[in-house]
Design a protein around this ligand. Structure first.
Ligand code: F0G
Length: 467
């Protein structure tokens, strides 16, 4: 498999106007606009995706940066949120009292020497979104989606999920006093994620089908049931996720990195990064355009296929297969927005295999950081791109930020299997241990050691490690 760099599309960059003369929902294709308070997920005319758009903000960039920074010391809940702290750039609410917050965000940017060495690059940092209240990046977007649900007066919210969206939505719905309905593929979601939506009180429907089927079914039934969909097809989710970029740039003293590497599943996250950077660029707040580099798991890589197989205008659904269940998605809804982000930023789309994901995850762990498998695709991709001898490769001197999307505890089963040298490429359910498929190599295993309960045995085991 070869890696694909897209052509920087000046046309696409020029055509993508970030602002509108009034607040609205706007179709990314036909540009028709609709009321900000319409319950819409697609353009009723042409069926394409919608953006939330605003009039161009009238602030002095330097003054607003200072205000954002000062808010960190405020006692006000919304100022403590890593999302609402930047509310000047997501002004879809009418009144601050409407804003829901946990709070969320304020996630660290971490150096990772072992990971950098493993990938063969000199300047690598991880922005770890797994430090959020429900353990994944979804909280950045869910806070905005649930806020819009409340503004609209919805009583119930719903999502199809590979586990993290559902955990996040269940928690935020509970905090906001809304009913939550989640659809997850039966046996296709880690125990930790499933347990979260149960504990937070969501009606949890394990459907006998995959994520893509759940997503399609939900869009079919939601309007009649009067429930509000909070998948990333909902453009308000993506507004919240923009603040990951704002936080990151603030952490970098507003010196944009050369490259941002992000895992791609339903492709909402990468889309929101593109929108944030596009807006900041227009406001003169971006020192350079970081290349948005999206990574998919090889067995669930329809966007990668679209770029590399010569059909960038058409996404061909795949039957998704990967142990990184968070990104096991064959028909990502936001692919056109993700393509727009990649083209505008002169970014790349790549894919990585199961063995590479497994090893990269262990390396991130060895830096004392840890993450879930989907997040480890980033390090695997950087390593791959740094090794490739083409002009499309990652330069070892680039300033790279990789986005870790989920906490290590989200999928402890995977981690334990890897370190116990029992990770297979396929196993049917999470609850029944059915080892199938090719056994992956545990090249960086740190297996547990069973010892007799005697001082001698313990001493010997410890001495052999310290030797
Ligand atoms: N990483 C993790 C840990 C995820 O949970 C997801 C998506 C992604 C990456 C991909 O992000 O969809 O915005 O491209 N999880 C969704 C879910 C689909 O239902 O939890 P994306």
């Amino acid at each position: 498999m070869e890696t694909m760099a897209t052509q920087p599309s000046q046309d696409a960059a020029e055509a993508w106007q970030p602002w509108h003369d009034e607040r609205a929902l706007r179709c990314i294709n036909c540009q028709r606009t609709f009321s900000l308070r319409a319950i819409l997920y697609h353009c009723p005319d042409c069926g394409d995706l919608l953006d939330v758009v605003y009039p161009r903000p009238q602030f002095d960039p330097e003054a607003v940066r200072k205000r954002w920074w000062r808010r960190r010391a405020s006692k006000k809940h919304i100022d403590q949120s890593g999302v609402w702290r930047f509310r000047e750039l997501l002004p879809f609410y009418d009144d601050e009292h409407q804003l829901v917050t946990y709070p969320e965000g304020n996630t660290p940017l971490l150096d990772a020497a072992r990971s950098a060495r493993y990938a063969g690059v000199r300047h690598l940092r991880f922005k770890h979104l797994g430090f959020n209240p429900t353990g994944s990046f979804k909280d950045y977007g869910m806070v905005a989606g649930v806020t819009q649900a409340r503004i609209l007066g919805m009583r119930a919210v719903a999502c199809a999920s590979t586990g993290n969206t559902s955990a996040s939505m269940a928690a935020y719905a509970a905090r906001a006093g809304l009913s939550a309905i989640v659809l997850v593929p039966e046996g296709g979601v880690s125990f930790a994620k499933l347990s979260q939506s149960l504990d937070y009180g969501a009606l949890t429907l394990q459907i006998r089908g995959d994520f893509d089927a759940a997503q399609t079914l939900l869009q079919e039934i939601a309007p009649d049931l009067g429930i509000y969909i909070l998948n990333s097809i909902n453009p308000f989710r993506l507004e919240g996720q923009k603040s990951v970029m704002l936080e990151l740039l603030e952490q970098c003293d507003w010196k944009a990195p050369d490259r941002i590497v992000v895992p791609g599943g339903n492709l909402g996250n990468s889309s929101s990064y593109g929108k944030a950077l596009r807006e900041l660029d227009d406001l003169g707040m971006l020192s350079k355009r970081p290349r948005i580099t999206i990574v998919q798991a090889g067995g669930a890589a329809p966007l990668y296929d679209a770029f590399t197989q010569g059909h960038p205008d058409r996404l061909v659904r795949v039957h998704a297969r990967t142990l990184a269940t968070a990104i096991k998605i064959g028909a990502p809804v936001s692919w056109k927005k993700a393509r727009r982000a990649v083209n505008w930023s002169d970014g790349w789309v790549t894919s990585v295999g199961e063995q590479d994901i497994a090893d990269a995850k262990a390396i991130i762990g060895s830096d004392g950081i840890g993450c879930e498998p989907a997040s480890a695709t980033t390090l695997a991709a950087i390593r791959r791109l740094a090794r490739e001898g083409t002009d499309k490769r990652v330069d070892p001197d680039e300033d790279i930020v990789a986005i870790l999307t989920g906490n290590i505890l989200k999928d402890a089963d995977y981690t334990l299997r890897y370190h116990s040298r029992e990770l297979y490429e396929e196993f049917t359910t999470e609850s029944t241990v059915v080892n199938k498929g090719k056994k992956l190599e545990s090249n960086y295993a740190n297996p547990p050691v069973v010892v007799d309960a005697t001082a001698e045995a313990l001493t010997a085991a410890i001495r052999s490690r310290l030797a």
